[in-house]
Design a protein around this ligand. Structure first.
Ligand code: GLA
Ligand code: ZN
Length: 670
């Protein structure tokens, strides 16, 4: 979507209220009061749209869309494949999912379907065809929302066969598969593709390459299912952009690959605000917003967020005053072209009746949540010109789905949590606290244009990744890689002849051993005799300590304890026009903060706001043709004073005093 405005609105389920037209009337009135401009419809409407097989009943939806349109509200129209009617499961049981124990699910819940089933694909195609016929050229419909939160896997015979075909295509012959999967181990050699079964605790789950390929297959098959939906929409002539709502911390689908198939990336974000200090939660939310933006390196949409408490987290915590606005603005600051909610109106019964909503069962506009939504609507209106602007980053952190799968399934060096994601976030936070925008990229993404790239725990190297890193550094890039990198190939086969694979000369070292630490153990990364300026005397490290043998690399810091006290813990190697750094252990956050600050200063990198940033204040910027937009957000529980950049204050306090959860948006002409 060429975004001319920031979206404000969310998921709406009028099909639950068709018997109460007065409710539907109030809804639109309230939407206008709250400056709602976008409504997502139809996510779970299938049984109201096709109550009997082939009998479509779209009149109610048309009325709703027309009414919204007349009131100046646009529609994001969903395809209903996230949940299906009873009749379908009764007549075609193959649409239901089979679990890894090879048991078929009963009807119920949602997302409970086989992505391979030709019947399910056909039924989805039919309803999508009808939806596009009826609404594809409706002026209110601005975007297609494909299904809902794609996830899960199915182990039915149809999926097993599709998996075998996928493997045949990939490996050609069973001998190649045996070789790549190292099946001689425990005598697991396959005679034919027909013997391959998806991983199961009933049978095979000791071949890591099988597990890894199964994850790739599930991801591919889900994306293929989504593509089929998009294809129908296009075949039927609809021109609106497509999206699908992604999730927080979801490992099941390679989101970088999925993002290639949609026009706009969107996601659902439900941080547990107030569980920890807001500052901490904000840092994590910031990271995930940037992961999502990084998928296309373009503006995205916050498709769902809760206007109040959720009802599925361990505790349904209310959002304190100001939280909703800050959280919504934070998404915009990181590149969202709008903040949408789940849900517009609370359902009366079933699973989500207590989930936060713009309108609750009482219905009035004098609720605290409704007032907060109105304030957010006002704020979005005031910063509307930010829509469509880019977040430009000169620093990047690598986060790769296939690497995640391989790491998690690798057996060792620590089966009790490798803390991979924590290590990625540590690098991310160290850059962010300097006011730098940060892109999250995967190994397949281009590194051109970044001055500095951090690559924590790149255990699996995609084919050619080592060469890409080499070139990046050769051409002047600053590259930081950490322990447990370059260990296995795409089939989880260990590289022979020394690691990090293909980069030993670039980093000037060879990894020798890695020590897994118990949770209660600690080591230290400390200064050697020849002090490394800018860093403290020592930092705690935990969980994993890699022991390396320096060749040409210079040792900057050393271990402080255990039999490897005095051995290299941080190394630097000059290569080409750039520099390669290797961090050997899982160090505490302050190590990354100090170390990256030093490197960033050395390359002369800085954010658009040059002032010293108080801890707990988030600084982000978006860049338009004529102006930079600087966002300052105080996620501290105490007030702070900031020196504002010179420019026009679009939102917030002009004197720079920021109470907890205060926000300031400044426009600086270029
Ligand atoms: C997800 C779903 C929504 C709803 C919300 C509740 O994001 O997409 O349908 O269930 O969770 O938080
Ligand atoms: Zn299946």
């Amino acid at each position: 979507m060429k975004s001319k405005y920031l979206l404000h609105g969310g998921d709406y389920n009028p099909e639950q209220w068709l018997h109460m037209p007065e409710v539907l009337k109030t809804d639109v009135k309230r939407f206008k009061e709250a400056k709602i401009n976008t409504i997502t419809l139809g996510v779970f409407s299938w049984s109201k749209l096709e109550p009997k097989e082939g009998e479509y009943c779209f009149g109610w939806m048309e009325e709703i869309i027309n009414n919204l349109y007349e009131n100046g509200i646009s529609v994001i129209l969903a395809t209903p494949s996230g949940a299906r009617p009873h009749w379908m499961a009764n007549k075609y049981p193959e649409v239901l999912r089979v679990n890894e124990m090879r048991q078929r699910n009963l009807f119920g819940g949602r997302h409970n379907h086989c992505f391979t089933s030709p019947v399910y694909r056909k039924k989805v195609k039919q309803i999508n065809t009808e939806l596009v016929k009826r609404f594809g050229s409706h002026p209110a419909v601005k975007m297609w929302h494909i299904s809902n939160e794609f996830s899960g896997e199915c182990h039915c015979e149809l999926c097993q066969n599709a998996f075998r075909d996928w493997l045949k295509k990939k490996y050609g012959t069973i001998d190649v598969l045996n070789d790549r999967w190292c099946t001689t181990f425990w005598s697991h050699i396959y005679d034919s593709f027909d013997q391959v079964e998806s991983p199961s605790s009933l049978g095979e789950n000791s071949i890591m390459a099988l597990n890894l390929d199964w994850k790739r297959f599930v991801s591919d098959q889900t994306i293929d299912f989504m593509e089929q939906e998009i294809c129908t929409i296009r075949e039927m002539g609809a021109l609106q952009p497509t999206t699908t709502n992604l999730m927080y911390h979801f490992g099941g689908i390679d989101y970088f690959r999925l993002a290639e198939k949609v026009d706009v990336v969107s996601w659902d974000n439900y941080p547990s605000w107030h569980k920890k200090e807001e500052e901490e939660t904000a840092k994590d939310a910031a990271f995930w917003h940037d992961v999502i933006r990084g998928l296309k390196r373009k503006p995205f949409i916050l498709m769902e967020s809760s206007p109040g408490a959720t009802n599925w987290q361990e505790v349904s915590k209310l959002k304190k005053p100001g939280m909703l606005l800050s959280a919504s603005l934070q998404s915009v600051a990181h590149g969202a072209d709008g903040a949408l909610y789940f849900q517009m109106r609370k359902s009366r019964g079933a699973e989500e009746k207590f989930h936060g909503a713009v309108l609750d069962h009482y219905d009035g506009n004098d609720t605290r949540t409704f007032q907060d939504v109105c304030k957010t609507g006002d704020m979005l209106e005031r910063i509307m010109e930010v829509a469509g602007t880019q977040v430009n980053a000169q620093a990047a952190v690598l986060y790769d789905w296939e690497n995640l799968w391989a790491l998690e399934g690798s057996k060792g060096p620590r089966n009790k949590d490798l803390h991979y994601l924590d290590s990625v976030e540590k690098s991310y936070r160290a850059f962010r606290r300097l006011g730098l925008n940060v892109d999250i990229i995967d190994q397949k993404g281009s590194m051109d244009g970044y001055k500095i790239v951090a690559a924590p725990m790149q255990y699996l190297f995609h084919d050619g990744f080592n060469e890409k890193v080499r070139k990046y550094i050769e051409n002047g890039g600053i590259f930081i890689m950490t322990y447990w990198s370059g260990v296995v190939d795409e089939n989880d086969r260990c590289f022979l002849g020394g690691t990090p694979y293909g980069l030993m000369d670039v980093f000037g070292l060879r990894s020798e051993e890695i020590d897994g630490l118990y949770d209660w153990e600690e080591n230290e990364i400390c200064q050697p005799e020849s002090k490394y300026a800018g860093l403290k005397d020592s930092y705690i490290c935990k969980y994993l300590c890699q022991l390396v043998k320096p060749v040409t690399a210079k040792t900057l810091m050393v271990y402080g304890k255990d039999f490897y006290a005095g051995m290299s813990a941080l190394l630097e190697n000059d290569y080409g026009k750039g520099k390669a750094y290797y961090v050997c252990a899982d160090a505490e956050q302050s190590f990354y903060n100090d170390f990256y600050q030093k490197l960033v200063q050395e390359v002369g990198l800085h954010g658009v706001w040059m002032e010293e940033i108080p801890e707990g204040v988030e600084v982000t910027s978006r860049s338009g043709e004529k102006a930079e937009y600087i966002f300052l957000q105080n996620f501290n529980r105490i007030a702070v004073q900031v020196n504002l950049p010179e420019g026009k204050i679009l939102f917030g306090n002009k004197n720079g005093r920021m109470e907890p959860l205060d926000n300031i948006v400044v426009k600086v002409e270029k």
